[in-house]
Write a protein that binds this ligand. Structure first.
Ligand code: GDP
Length: 395
């Protein structure tokens, strides 16, 4: 069996086990390294060859984005990661990093329960970092932090090991101040980021290594060692000892919530129907045998299959041939294909149960923000609102 087919089979079998699913987005200010990080996570999961990662810009599937070198379209990918001897499914939604495309970030946040916030260690937080963080918190999406380009601190700014740690500590403090200022309730319930808790990882997406406190315990490599590896131009060795994908995916699995944990509070934020009704209860419990409740967060055109609606399935199971209602449309639509994304490629599967991100064709009346359900009278999800920031132009 081909590698790809095997991967699809593993993904399909994990989709049925919501405790082993993490739906996440990677968010960042432009150029802070989101694409490089994503490529390396995919290479780590065996989805692309590691030689190509970094140069391939795997997630940038749109011609326009390749021309402009920025990510416009949110692409999705599912990958498998082993943590403590068990396999987990990470459904990753790529998000644009440019301020013009803030609306796409907002949509992507609706589909996920956790976010990896990427920040350039040298530049620190930038306006778009704040916008995406605010959007995540507003959608009840839990953040963890990846401080990228740590190699630049050492090799370009030539800070010493102690100064490096002071700078990283200050950056973490600043992110926590932002979280507290944006959503004190979330901050108080424990959504702060902390190196010692393992909700912060540090590394270099370009050179493919990362560390976190749990990773330091596992590998016995501390900050002083990292400093030496970078200074001695031995980052390839460091990447072998502390692979980026392991530090980041371990953090995602350990600290970002699964759909069973997240759906109770997320559903009450994005859906204002009666939480004690049948569908309310099915969504809070991510019931695969409940009514279908799906929110469309993205629509794109597939040259062969036509319009593909991607979104988050909060309850029920998607299957080919189902008749569904679309909010705002008087007639029913029939589901044609049900699929998942493996990179820019959509793979058709038999069924997708609650708690996953699904890519569906046949929903001809759906638009971004539509509620898709098998019920006749379901209250639709709240519309997707983007909190835009005033853009400050410096003359
Ligand atoms: P995005 O706009 O957030 O997707 O950023 P990219 O992944 O496209 O990276 C922007 C630039 O930063 C590219 O030139 C990358 O090669 C570079 N870059 C990304 N990660 C690192 C890193 O860890 N260290 C260094 N030195 N450069 C990096």
């Amino acid at each position: 069996m081909g590698r790809r087919k095997k991967m699809v089979e593993r993904v399909v079998s994990l989709m049925k086990n919501p405790e082993h699913i993490r739906n996440i987005g990677i968010v960042a200010h432009i150029d802070h390294g989101k694409t490089t990080l994503t490529d390396n996570l995919l290479a780590g999961a065996g989805m692309i060859s590691s030689e190509l990662s970094g140069s391939q810009l795997f997630m940038d599937s749109d011609e326009e984005e390749q021309d402009r070198g920025i990510t416009i379209d949110s692409a999705n990918v599912s990958m498998v990661h082993e943590y403590n001897g068990e396999e987990f499914l990470i459904n990753l939604i790529d998000t644009p990093g440019h301020v013009d495309f803030g609306g796409d970030v907002t949509r992507a946040m609706r589909a996920v329960d956790g976010a990896v916030v990427v920040i350039d260690a040298v530049e620190g937080t930038m306006p778009q970092t704040e916008t995406v963080l605010r959007q995540a918190l507003k959608e009840q999406v839990k953040p963890v932090l990846f401080i990228n380009k740590v190699d630049r601190l050492i090799n370009e700014l030539q800070v010493d090991s102690q100064e490096m740690q002071i700078r990283l500590g200050k950056l973490i403090d600043h992110v926590n101040k932002l979280i507290k200022g944006m959503n004190e309730e979330s901050y108080n319930k424990g959504w702060k980021v902390s190196a010692s808790d393992g909700t912060v990882a540090f590394g270099s997406a370009l050179y493919n290594w990362a560390i976190s406190v749990p990773m330091m315990d596992k590998t016995n490599i501390g900050f002083a060692d990292v400093y030496n590896y970078c200074q001695q131009e031995r980052q390839t060795d460091l990447a072998q000892k502390c692979p980026l994908y392991e530090a980041v995916n371990d953090m995602v699995i350990r600290h970002l919530p699964n759909p069973i944990t997240a759906q109770p509070y997320r559903v009450s934020t994005i859906w204002h129907g009666d939480i004690e009704s049948d569908v309310g209860e099915q969504m809070t419990k991510a019931k695969e045998n409940g009514d279908l409740a799906f929110m469309v967060t993205d629509i794109r055109l597939d040259p062969h299959a036509g319009e593909v609606a991607t979104g988050r399935l909060f309850s029920g199971t998607f299957k080919r041939g189902m008749e569904v209602n679309i909010s705002g449309s008087p007639s029913k639509n029939r589901v044609q294909q049900v699929g998942i994304y493996m990179g820019s490629e959509r793979v058709e599967v038999e069924r997708i149960p609650a708690g996953n991100i699904a890519a569906v064709t046949g929903l001809k009346d759906a638009i971004v923000g539509s509620t898709v359900t098998t019920k006749d009278d379901m209250t639709p999800f709240e519309s997707i609102k983007h909190v835009s920031e005033p853009v400050v132009t410096v003359a």
